[in-house]
Write a new protein. Sequence first.
Length: 909
Amino acid sequence: MLDRLSKDTNFPALQYPFKVFIVITCLFFSFLEFVNAQEIEIGGKILDTSNNTLVNANIIGFPEDKRLKTVFAISDNDGNYRLKILKQEYYDIEISHLGFEILKKRLKLEKDSVINFSLKEESEILQEVLIKRRLPVKISEDTTTYRVENFLTGEERKLRDVLSKLPGIDVDNEGNVKVNGKDVTKLMVEGRKFFTGDEKLGVNNIPADAVDEIEAIDNYNEINFLKNLEDSEKLALNIKLKDGKKKFIFGDINLGTGLKSKYIFNPALFYYSPNTAINNISDFNNFGKKSFSLKDYLNFEGGISSFSESPSSYFQLISDDFSQFLIDDDFLNQKNDFEAFSFSQRLDKKSEIEAYTIFSKSKSDFLNISNNRYLINEELNEIRTNKKISNLFFTLSKFKYSFSSKSNKDLSLELYLKTNSSDNISSTTSVSDDFENKISLVSGIKEFDLTSKLNYSFKISDSHTSSVNLFYKNTSFYSDKNWGLTEPIFTSVFPLVQEDSINLNQKNDSYLENAGIRIKHYWVLNRTNHIYPEIGITIENQSFNSDDIQILNNGEVNNFKDFGFSNKVNLGLISNYVGLNYKMMVGNFLIKPALFYQYYLWDVEQFDERIVGRDKSFLLPEFLFEWKINSRENLKAKYLKKSRFPNVSQFSNRLRLSNFNTLLRGNEFLENELYHQSSIFYSNFNLYKGLFISGGLSYTKRDFSIRSSTRNEGINLINEYVYTNLPENNFGLNGSISKKTRAYRFTLGGGLNLFEYSRIINDEILEFETIIPSYNLKVESFYDYWPNFQVGLKQNFSFFRNNNSQNNFSNFKPFVFVEYDFLNDFFFNLDYTYTSYMNKTLNQNNVFQELNLELLYDKKSSPWTLGIEVMNLFDVDFRNNNFFNQFIVSDNTTFIQPRVILFKLSYKL
């Protein structure tokens, strides 16, 4: 396998395809520019008979040629509109606004024109108008409603086809949806969450002919009467179904087989009715396809909002074994067995039950080669080769009962159960200077997590509303690791018995149990002033045990406990807080200061002997400022002072082995981390101009942190947690601008991240700085009868320096995606990426290209689909990337799955 590295990493044979790609792309753009030149623009104002401007008037252009696309615009805050049509084509223009008669006009134009339209008021009362008329787009506060019949052309098959034709809505290749530039966080059907709530599943599967209306609900809150009280960044999409279409079965059964015994079996079946929903997804394949994404997993666990509630739990979640499995696409081989089932039942008009269960079983092969350069003292180079076989079995179940009276009561009971077991076998060869060590590792992990939540919100009066949240969590973790080494390690620390081969065993187990209550009251003083008092208490018990031993060849045990190893730590923690939020709304301004008093009381035992008993209190201020400049333009500034308490393993003050070259020791004298977070964000979405602008600044400053003090000898590191006030600052800047025309969207984005921090290494304080600038460009097309494409590039740079050295890297990645529907029944997809990775310090450059192709035959009158898919057409062997921290700069070569050719058959219900 390793001889694959001997290939020329510049891939000269692949340079020719890349040059051809550039030429074809340029010719394609030239052709599309010619097509685009046939467009003209009409614009002007929408007025009433008194020459007052009309906001949010609907302007629709229906082409006489039914092969052309219906065009649409909405008048802005000044009554302006802009509509793009094709020259020398007849269009029937309709202008409508609630309370006014519909104005119709037939146009055929040769050049850009300015046309103002004046609407007459209707004599009917507004209520009768609402009964008679369905405006194509209706905007009401935070809700935008689309009546889809005004935008469809008849060939739509799935919800994604409907959404892609609605103004202000964008759907990417995977089915993720944005409305006015903002990500959709929840999908509902008839007001009920669809499956896990992730939009991709419904967007790619709900039949188009069942859809009547689509509501985009900004600042969404699941509890209706908390909507104007509780701040929310969520955006929900609610699909309303046609009469007679409120009960349906849909799904796909996908089969595939390919060269080298590759296969896939992927049935996805769904039943929906107003009272019952049943969903099942299965996926069995041996080429690494995952039907369940990291986003799905996080949604199961509460989504990104769980980060603000408990940052430590969130970081622990995204770093667990299952998250890493979902993220990792760099494998030689992978076999996946996946099963997901969900059920929801409306018991009556006020109550509902939901249940989900997920099973995932996988086996993966990995191969990685790292060229490591250690930066401390005299520079040392190491080449490390790692082969690993990993087996993972994961289950996740959830049950929820909810009761809601909509107007004044909401109750929910949630139960989560998560289990995880994994077995790993790895072999590592570490070569540095004249020293070589071969390490084998056999490890097993078992995890269990049970969480329950009870949430009750009730509205006492128009001025008083309260929420009570109770929770209980019980988790356990166990690991067993066996190292085999050809050379001794940490000879100055480990009391090793010298043998031809050294066998080390480590067992870890941890346990956590916590329970708590949070109470929040919403007091509405008047329309513009609110006060929200809040109180919470959490009681927590944690334990952590570790035991490191040497198993001799004769079976005897060499125990390291008397030499500072092994831990048996218990942590008892009581965390209380009380706080007050004040919310003031003045015109378009929202001002929300808050102050919280936090109190910690904790006790630490090691081997049943109390080593620490402490308490601590402090103030945590918060501030939010928001300026809604208009309905599409927003400026938000936020400041938070945050606290994060260490977990029990960080208090374990005796040594343990964390890797073959790393020892770790906790510290019983740790305290909570304190840091400041500030951010400012601006967004502007102008539907009239097709322009979206966003930008943000963020700054994090740490007062007190838990960091590692490190001693190193060669490649060996001994880390000890310390509580420090060493300076640490993070600065971030990002922005993007997107311009959409009738046929294209042009996007430019960029960012800059700056990290300044200090670390203690070999008893010396060293300063570090990392600068990471990046930018991206992208052009997308939106044609009805021509190939649609995305062409762009991404590039980022990494500059890392400390007192002794400096290292620079860059990653240049152009890409193209093409989607073409031709000859009525054929679909062609192309996904191409060219990556140039450069280590500028060592003047090393690696280039690799990846191309995936798919061709489908999908006759619209038939439920059957035939196809062929080719992944990694160029049969690229590996990918390169870099990693760096205060000790090491690493160039990583990760081997990936060889070319896969798959023949597919699909049946749609």
